[in-house]
Design a protein around this ligand. Structure first.
Ligand SMILES: Cc1cc2nc3c(=O)[nH]c(=O)nc-3n(C[C@H](O)[C@H](O)[C@H](O)COP(=O)(O)OP(=O)(O)OC[C@H]3O[C@@H](n4cnc5c(N)ncnc54)[C@H](O)[C@@H]3O)c2cc1C
Ligand code: SF4
Ligand code: SF4
Ligand code: SF4
Length: 394
């Protein structure tokens, strides 16, 4: 068989490069029982040209990976943009620089029905659609083809996304493009859109139509992993304490199979620049970031090659930044060291979800929450009282 066949789910990250590469339109992305997208080939349309196999970067660990990065801690000076960004707002600084050259910026944006898709943005006012981390898989759709067309027309392009999406784009393009800036994010994995939609249904008590906004990272609650969900005029907190989905996302239990053998975490990144949270920043590094405050968010920036260096120099005036080391960033960002490891619960949870739906998440979550509360209460009892209670039991 000379076309893509997904024998094991862990072999496909759903970058969509094969779909874009098929001139016959023979490949479609389809959801499995858990909502994860996989390519399927219409044999009647396929001419066995093998192009889809050539552009599949996941198993090849991505062609054209970069060398050792230069690493910075950085924050955008624009306070408004910083407040809307998940980390230090460096994505917007880079995106604005590309727009200033008349270019186009691609990134992940919510659609009206809260599905997540990569879209093209050509004006500063629309950049807000791309800002902020959305903790679910984004569909690349036909954006790889759009990138190719824009580059062919001599335009500047910035493409941002997960490392596997950047690897897919580069494999699809097949050659180094001078005017393309690729920005990958530090990534530990993505759940399916179906799971997120089930969660919205759970959290809103079925009132999904009223949802106006979802933020996984809302700086109104500081720099951390607390978000918000706005229904009508009401905004409420959305985090691991209110949402089974968010809880299992942070535990690393509900990612697609490819994420547990992700090829892209460590050195040899895919993007010209990599962005992430500088979790645990302290001491000398934070002291050198004049005026930056951990509560407002700080980025780690990995400048992975010469092109990345030029773009980072381009935006430096709008940033507060200082050089640091990869080792310092890796201390609290294990996603820069190795792929996520599924806990023993993972298989049962996914199996339960495909069989019984979201009840599997709810039940597991309620049990964890109950255990957590019981542990918390036990910890609050002074040691002397605990001893007396134990004596009484004997
Ligand atoms: C699924 C996911 C997991 C992450 N895990 C980590 C982690 O473990 N450690 C860490 O340090 N950082 C992680 N990040 C990255 C971090 O949250 C910020 O996105 C990053 O630091 C950039 O922040 P910013 O302030 O510069 O810009 P922001 O404006 O906050 O970032 C927006 C950028 O993120 C992209 N983006 C948002 N959601 C998605 C998505 N679902 N798929 C593809 N691209 C997306 C947008 O296209 C845009 O480029 C993760 C992000 C995502 C989406
Ligand atoms: S082998 Fe060629 S025609 Fe067949 S699915 Fe792949 S790209 Fe399309
Ligand atoms: S990893 Fe990308 S290119 Fe490879 S099969 Fe999956 S969607 Fe297609
Ligand atoms: S963990 Fe790896 S495979 Fe999964 S979405 Fe992130 S980059 Fe892609």
């Amino acid at each position: 068989m000379k076309h893509i066949v997904i024998e094991k789910k862990e072999q496909c990250c759903a970058c969509g490069a094969c779909v874009s590469a098929c001139a016959r339109g023979a490949i479609q992305m389809k959801a499995d029982e858990a909502g994860f997208m996989f390519p399927t080939v219409d044999e009647a349309q396929c001419v066995e040209c093998g192009r889809c196999l050539d552009v599949c970067a996941f198993e090849q660990k991505g062609k054209g990976a970069n060398g050792a990065p230069t690493v910075y801690a950085a924050v955008i000076r624009n306070k408004e943009v910083l407040a809307q960004s998940s980390s230090g707002g460096i994505f917007t600084a880079l995106a604005e620089a590309v727009l200033e050259k008349g270019g186009t910026v691609f990134g992940a944006a919510w659609a009206e029905d809260f599905s997540l898709r990569h879209i093209a943005v050509q004006s500063e006012k629309d950049l807000c659609k791309l800002r902020g981390s959305k903790y679910v898989q984004s569909e690349t759709g036909d954006t790889f083809r759009q990138v190719k067309e824009l580059l062919k027309a001599g335009e500047y392009v910035c493409y941002s996304g997960t490392p596997c999406q950047i690897a897919g784009l580069k494999a699809y393009l097949g050659k180094e493009e001078e005017k393309l800036l690729t920005v990958d994010i530090i990534c530990h994995g993505v759940p399916s859109l179906k799971m997120l939609h089930d969660d919205i249904d759970y959290v809103t008590g079925g009132n999904t139509a009223a949802v106006k906004d979802i933020r996984f990272r809302d700086k109104a609650y500081g720099w951390g992993v607390k978000g918000s969900l706005t229904t009508g005029e009401k905004k409420k907190k959305y985090h691991a304490g209110t949402s089974p989905y968010y809880f299992y996302f942070l535990k690393g239990e509900v990612y697609r199979a490819s994420c547990y053998r992700c090829r892209f975490p460590a050195e040899g990144r895919q993007g010209d620049i990599t962005l992430g949270d500088y979790w645990g920043i302290r001491g000398e590094v934070i002291n050198k970031l004049n005026g930056a405050h951990p509560d407002r968010g700080i980025s780690c920036v990995l400048v992975n090659n010469e092109k990345g260096k030029q773009w980072f120099e381009n935006v430096q005036n709008g940033l507060v930044y200082t050089e640091t080391t990869l080792a310092a960033v890796q201390k609290r960002n294990k996603q820069l060291v190795s792929a996520s490891v599924p806990l023993p619960e993972h298989e049962a949870l996914l199996g339960g979800y495909t069989k019984n739906g979201y009840a599997a998440f709810e039940n597991g979550y309620k049990k964890h929450t109950k255990d957590h509360i019981v542990r918390g209460v036990k910890n609050m009892i002074p040691a002397g009282v605990k001893r007396k209670l134990n004596d009484l039991r004997r």
